[in-house]
Write a protein that binds this ligand. Structure first.
Ligand SMILES: *Cc1c(COP(=O)(O)O)cnc(C)c1O
Length: 384
């Protein structure tokens, strides 16, 4: 590797004042300790407690979405979001091939079929224009439902994912959903604190999912939440994630097969403390982008990905786009060898052995991006 990259790695290590800079670490202070200690001292560590209720209320308030249901992780949130949105066995669901595997897994848990579509180079997320073209080729309306002409299956929903906190272009997507009677379910796992035209992501879908895994912008250890503006769907989501137990002082009555997906109070306590710091995390991440932009001016063949025009992103993970002249793996090799942890983007879902037979659209941009995107250290830090 050349001198430019050596200078870059040294600058990153200096910035973080570390010999080895991880990709993303959680940031805690006394608040998390105080709230977790409170759980332990009072004995309220498990499936009910004041922090679960409080986190749900504060998430709704922060995102501007009417209701939030806290659950055990983001994958569970997606599973239940899709279920209450009405996805049924044998339905097809449009989703980007370029995403974390949880999106496709959650669809599969419902015996539904992921149908992979391409992403846009401007947002790194689902491309509404290409989706429209694809629907015109493979779709037809039958009894008010979009049907895949080749498989005969109903296409029920579309799940955009806001990659690394960059919102997809939602307006044209919403228009498509209306035209073709598709349910919109947002995978907002990476986009807490990201806005599309001034409105929080996760507030556009009929139902949406957040994740609070350890590497996300806010963590509860493990956790997630379902967001919706529909009280009935929120109540049903809560019911399904708490074993469908009918409330009663002592009796154990349940009215359908359901899940134990509730978030423990001790995790919610961490979340309440983290949420207070979220505006600071986002501010620091946005500043970090400017610092990286400056450092990368001196490195040939790479650009730092910036939020699309319609959006204010949370810059959860900083993203480099490498030009074709640069071999991704040699950059990864060099950065990781020299103390700057970096990672490629996910293997596209259509390349995983068990999803290879799933229906898919033209994936030219996905193909192009899969070898040219890498993430670099993104832990929020105070920069001058
Ligand atoms: C993190 C993430 C999820 C959910 O992950 P969990 O680890 O189950 O909380 C879902 N989709 C995407 C795109 C993610 O990045």
């Amino acid at each position: 590797m050349n001198l430019q990259w050596i200078t870059f790695t040294n600058a990153v290590k200096e910035l973080y004042k570390k010999e080895y800079v991880p990709l993303h670490e959680p940031t805690f202070d006394e608040k998390e300790i105080e709230y977790v200690t409170d759980c332990i001292k009072t004995g309220w560590v498990s499936s009910v407690g004041k922090y679960v209720d409080r986190l749900e209320m504060e998430l709704a308030e922060y995102t501007g979405v009417k209701r939030a249901v806290a659950v055990v992780n983001g994958t569970a949130a997606l599973h239940i979001a899709l279920k209450v949105a009405g996805v049924k066995p044998n339905d097809e669901v449009f989703m980007p091939s370029l995403t974390f595997v949880a999106t496709a897994n959650a669809i599969s848990y419902l015996q539904a079929i992921p149908h992979f579509v391409d992403v846009s180079i401007e947002t790194l997320g689902l491309d509404p224009k290409k989706l429209e073209e694809h629907i015109k080729v493979i779709g037809e309306m039958k009894n008010g439902q979009l049907v895949n002409k080749h498989t005969g299956r109903i296409i029920r929903a579309v799940v955009p994912m806001h990659t690394f906190g960059n919102p997809v272009d939602l307006d044209p997507l919403i228009e498509l959903c209306e035209r073709y009677n598709l349910m919109l379910v947002e995978d907002a796992a990476e986009s807490l604190g990201s806005y599309y035209k001034g409105k929080h992501t996760g507030g556009f879908g009929r139902v949406s999912a957040l994740s609070f895994n350890g590497n996300k912008i806010l963590t509860t250890g493990g956790g997630g939440a379902i967001l919706t503006n529909d009280d009935q769907l929120a109540d049903y989501a809560k019911h399904l994630t708490t074993t469908a137990k009918i409330p009663h002082r002592w009796a154990f009555e349940h009215d359908e097969i359901a899940y134990n997906y509730r978030m423990p109070n001790i995790n919610a306590a961490i979340g309440c403390a983290q949420l207070q710091k979220l505006p600071t995390f986002i501010e620091q991440k946005r500043q970090l982008t400017l610092v990286y932009e400056d450092l990368l001016k001196n490195v040939d063949g790479v650009t730092l990905f910036k939020e699309p025009l319609h959006a204010k992103g949370n810059y959860w993970l900083q993203t480099l786009i490498l030009e074709e002249t640069i071999t991704r793996d040699s950059v990864l090799e060099f950065l990781n060898e020299n103390g700057v942890m970096s990672r490629p983007i996910w293997t596209p879902m259509d390349k995983l052995s068990y999803f290879q037979q799933m229906p898919k659209a033209d994936l030219t941009v996905t193909e192009q991006l899969k070898n040219s995107l890498i993430n670099i250290p993104s832990t929020p830090l105070e920069v001058k």
